[in-house]
Design a protein around this ligand. Structure first.
Ligand SMILES: *Cc1c(COP(=O)(O)O)cnc(C)c1O
Length: 359
């Protein structure tokens, strides 16, 4: 049986070494005489897990001291609400870049709290391109600028950070830890864990301290960053198991050489997959090559009546979860940090064979 490679967009595959490690320490965690799932979040064993995970993430991303790292629940979707609630700070308008499916969701939620200025809009090109920043229409009085550096569904990824005179907020759910970024350029970075961090049920929020503490009145206490920042993310019971598992992934990342080393592998993995797609008339990807995602690679077959067979045969060849999102069609290979280069090689080989038989 050949090795199994899981191309799921999320919840996505985890490093095999991490799963083995979790299995090995599942029943009794360290000296806790119980599973990590069964102990108090306020006890010494879990406190160590929590602190180590934060410390390792700070090290990996080089997070400056004036930023808090929060380990929350509610997914990236809860941040679509928490961002305006916490960052509006007396202003009435906000800037949002509309570059894909998740941008649309974030914008709809922000409209409940503020006037939303769509500062750039890729919907006319079906989210396959990003307008030059010089053409963006920024509301200079707005509270912040929100954008999504990697749109997971269309596979559209920024190769630049917007330059504005206001806090920048980034939903990094599907790109966090895949390449080096300068955290100090951002007011808030958030990410659901289930793409490139760990199991679902955990959301990481990295927020500059001066942006914490002034919220839209009468909002739930759990939606105030200060609630979590003042209680080490333990105002109420956190998502302990995903927090622990994320910590194991952070340790694994450090063992791989950190984010710089991961980025080189990620860039190479994406480049060879796009090269295989572009080198064939049978497969195609519509995204402007400058803005193609390193993490999510959608592609369509020239003849979509072969989609079903492609999915069946790839599944039988142990290449899982390649079905594209319904809004894009075709296939999508999500190749996050945990996907080894050998998995991308296996996919490319399968694609070439399938084309030979059916092209
Ligand atoms: C998956 C995803 C989301 C939704 O995340 P949830 O954790 O399910 O709320 C939001 N934004 C981006 C960019 C995503 O990839």
């Amino acid at each position: 049986m050949s090795e199994i490679y899981n191309f799921s967009a999320g919840p996505a595959m985890l490093p095999k070494q991490v799963l083995n490690q979790i299995q090995g320490e599942l029943i009794e965690y360290g000296n806790a005489k119980a599973s990590v799932m069964e102990i108090s979040h306020r006890g010494v064993d879990f406190m160590q897990v929590a602190q180590k995970a934060e410390q390792d993430l700070r090290e990996l991303m080089n997070i400056p001291n004036n930023y808090k790292v929060l380990f929350l629940q509610g997914g990236a979707s809860a941040q679509f609400s928490m961002v305006p609630i916490n960052l509006l700070r007396g202003k009435t308008s906000v800037n949002y870049a509309n570059t894909g499916h998740w941008s649309v969701k974030a914008i709809a939620e922000a409209k409940r709290y503020a006037e939303v200025n769509i500062c750039t809009d890729s919907s006319a090109n079906k989210f396959t391109d990003i307008d030059d920043f010089s053409n963006w229409n920024i509301d200079q009085d707005a509270a912040y600028l929100h954008y999504i550096p990697n749109e997971t569904i269309a596979g559209l990824e920024f190769d630049f950070i917007p330059e504005v005179d206001m806090p920048i907020v980034a939903d990094m759910s599907s790109t966090i830890l895949s390449r080096e970024i300068d955290v100090s350029k951002f007011g808030v970075i958030y990410a659901g864990a289930q793409k490139n961090i760990g199991p679902s049920g955990l959301t990481i929020v990295i927020v500059r301290e001066d942006l914490i503490g002034e919220v839209v009145p009468k909002q739930p206490v759990l939606f105030d960053y200060a609630t979590h920042a003042n209680n080490d993310s333990m105002y109420n019971t956190p998502s302990t198991f995903p927090w622990y598992a994320a910590g194991r992934v952070f340790e694994w990342l450090k063992d791989q050489g950190g984010i710089g080393a991961m980025a080189s592998v990620n860039e190479r993995k994406a480049a060879k997959l796009y090269q295989a797609i572009d080198g064939s008339d049978f497969y195609s990807n519509p995204v402007n090559p400058k803005y193609r995602s390193w993490m999510n690679v959608p592609f369509i077959l020239a003849n979509d009546s072969l989609d079903k067979m492609f999915l069946e045969k790839s599944y039988n060849a142990n290449l899982l979860a390649l079905k594209g999102h319904k809004s894009v069609g075709g296939m999508r290979a999500s190749i996050y940090n945990a996907m080894p280069e050998s998995g991308v090689d296996a996919l490319i080989e399968f694609m070439a064979d399938f084309e030979k038989q059916h092209g």
